[in-house]
Design a protein around this ligand. Structure first.
Ligand code: SPD
Length: 357
């Protein structure tokens, strides 16, 4: 009998130890089991220390994934393999996702830090009342250039890119709307043009830029430009700011023929599993100190008024990256052109890329 009691006691002790160990594993590093948040953002678009801070403050484990274009983000969300809780699309994609019923309406009572956003960036036409989206970063598309490698070329606009002296000197961001947009803007057409003759003319003009095009690249454009591997880069303004921080010989210009003004906003996709956590994350990113830290790290322009007060004055007063409203009013925001037209832009862009090879 004593042996039986001893064996039973051993079993009880081992079971208790096992249960303790399993519960420790489940809540490893203090996370409550199952309390995770899956965030889907552009590459190089957050200070990862903020993710650690959010995890420590909330006990929510963040699974962080990145994408390199609005289109690839949309495809992954439509496929539904992963349940993203927060994503960061641009304005025209937000319009599209709304029309495809892919977004959840936001609960503003859970976003008290929304008050820090400059009203200039709220209630924009792609999302009246910010029902579905909250500003993250904004900017322009333009040309970062190295004056030392340009010789006597004075760079003012898109049409200067066709100068034969720039053979193999141009790097371009890998984006269908951005690249087709260069063709359209250089011909003084709208970035939202749907006229087939205009689009074919823009594509044909872009084809003639091929000799000057060194490569179409992703985030590596920053390193290549900072290392002076090319004279010119067509980039989003925040990347230009980052490049110029690394190499202050370079400069940035928004082309005189016109360009794109864009807004990247945080949304909660309809497939989200942690809606509460998603609101917590969005509110966390809106906190002025967190937004300032993020801005300082990624170099993009923040829409957070209170964060601006915490940033270097020289940075926030730089009109190349914080253009005033009188300048941004002259720029164009991409619109959702509808499924077929967006697919057509992509098709033209792919043909342009193939033409180069
Ligand atoms: N590396 C981060 C890039 C984010 C750029 N978003 C701009 C989108 C313009 N449509």
């Amino acid at each position: 009998m004593r042996k039986l009691i001893q064996a039973f006691s051993v079993i009880v002790i081992v079971s208790v130890l096992l249960m303790f160990w399993v519960s420790k594993l489940n809540s490893s590093e203090g996370y409550t089991s199952g309390n995770t948040l899956t965030v889907f953002n552009w590459g190089d678009y957050i200070d990862e220390e903020l993710i650690d801070k959010f995890e420590e403050e909330t006990g929510i484990k963040v699974i962080y994934e990145t994408f390199d274009s609005n289109e690839s983000m949309l495809t992954k969300i439509q496929q539904g393999g992963t349940s993203y809780d927060v994503a960061v699309p641009s304005e025209y994609m937000i319009e599209k996702m709304k029309s495809e019923d892919l977004l959840l309406p936001l609960d503003h009572s859970k976003l008290p830090n929304l008050k820090h956003i400059d009203p200039r960036f709220l209630d924009l036409s792609f999302d009246p009342g910010n029902q579905y989206s909250i500003p993250y970063f904004w900017g322009t598309v333009g040309i970062v250039y190295n004056p030392e490698l340009l010789g006597d070329i004075e760079l003012k606009g898109w049409n200067d890119l066709w100068n034969p002296a720039l053979k193999n000197e141009i790097l371009m961001v890998d984006g269908a709307r951005e690249v087709i947009g260069i063709g359209l803007n250089s011909l003084h057409y709208s970035l939202n043009d749907t006229n087939n003759d205009h689009l074919l003319e823009a594509k044909a003009k872009l084809d003639t830029l091929t000799p000057n095009l060194k490569a179409i690249v992703g985030d590596e454009i920053k390193l290549l430009m900072a290392n002076e591997e090319a004279a010119i880069g067509v980039v989003w303004s925040g990347d230009a700011a980052d490049i110029m921080w690394e190499n202050d010989k370079l400069d940035y210009v928004v082309p005189e023929e016109g360009s794109n003004l864009w807004f990247d906003n945080m949304v909660i996709p309809k497939t989200a599993k942690n809606i509460e956590g998603a609101h917590q994350f969005i509110n966390f990113m809106l906190d002025p100190e967190n937004a300032a830290q993020n801005t300082d790290y990624v170099s993009y322009s923040t829409p957070n008024q209170a964060a601006l007060q915490l940033l270097d004055e020289e940075v926030v007063n730089d009109e190349r990256f914080y253009p005033p409203e009188e300048l941004t009013e002259k720029l164009e925001v991409y619109e959702d052109l509808g499924k077929e037209m967006l697919a057509y832009y992509n098709e033209l862009y792919l043909k342009f890329k193939m033409h180069r090879n």
